[in-house]
Write a protein that binds this ligand. Sequence first.
Ligand SMILES: [Zn+2]
Ligand SMILES: [Zn+2]
Length: 179
Amino acid sequence: MSHYMDLASKRGLAYRCMKCLPPSSYIGEKGRVEAHIWKHHIPLNESPFFCSLCLFRATREGEIRRHVMTFPSHLLQKNKLMASNKFVGDEYYLKKSSNPYHLTPLDLVPMTHQESHDFWSTKRKRVEQPKGLQSGSVSLSPVHLAPLPVAPVHLAPLPVAPAQTLDPLLSSSTFLYKL
Ligand SMILES: [Zn+2]
Ligand SMILES: [Zn+2]
């Protein structure tokens, strides 16, 4: 049991979208399943707040106000309209639903502890965690040390001084003087 990593405790229970048709139900963290439901199962005009320009949905007014500054799709649409002088201001596109939907506990249900653990472990494989490494540890890519290039040293042959040869004539003359 020592190697059993309890992912359900670590990551929390996984939730299943009950609006998807099984078996391809969307599963994930609670917040992600909620976002999925808003995006895929609830009509735009039933989202509490929405943007008619980029179709961004939000459950809070602050979110819908912030998205005009940061949401790439909104900025893209805005630039397109501005290029043709048709942009009339962010406010114009921000809408508040007159008939907002409310998520209910029946829309997404928590999975069991064991199911959650199994689900997170399949997720983890997809994130490419090398086996043996605990999640959270930093995986360093192996460093390939290239052999240092060793420049071959060509030693020039040392100039060999010509051997001193005794001048036979000199020696003999010296010899002669001594006599
Ligand atoms: Zn769904
Ligand atoms: Zn928008």
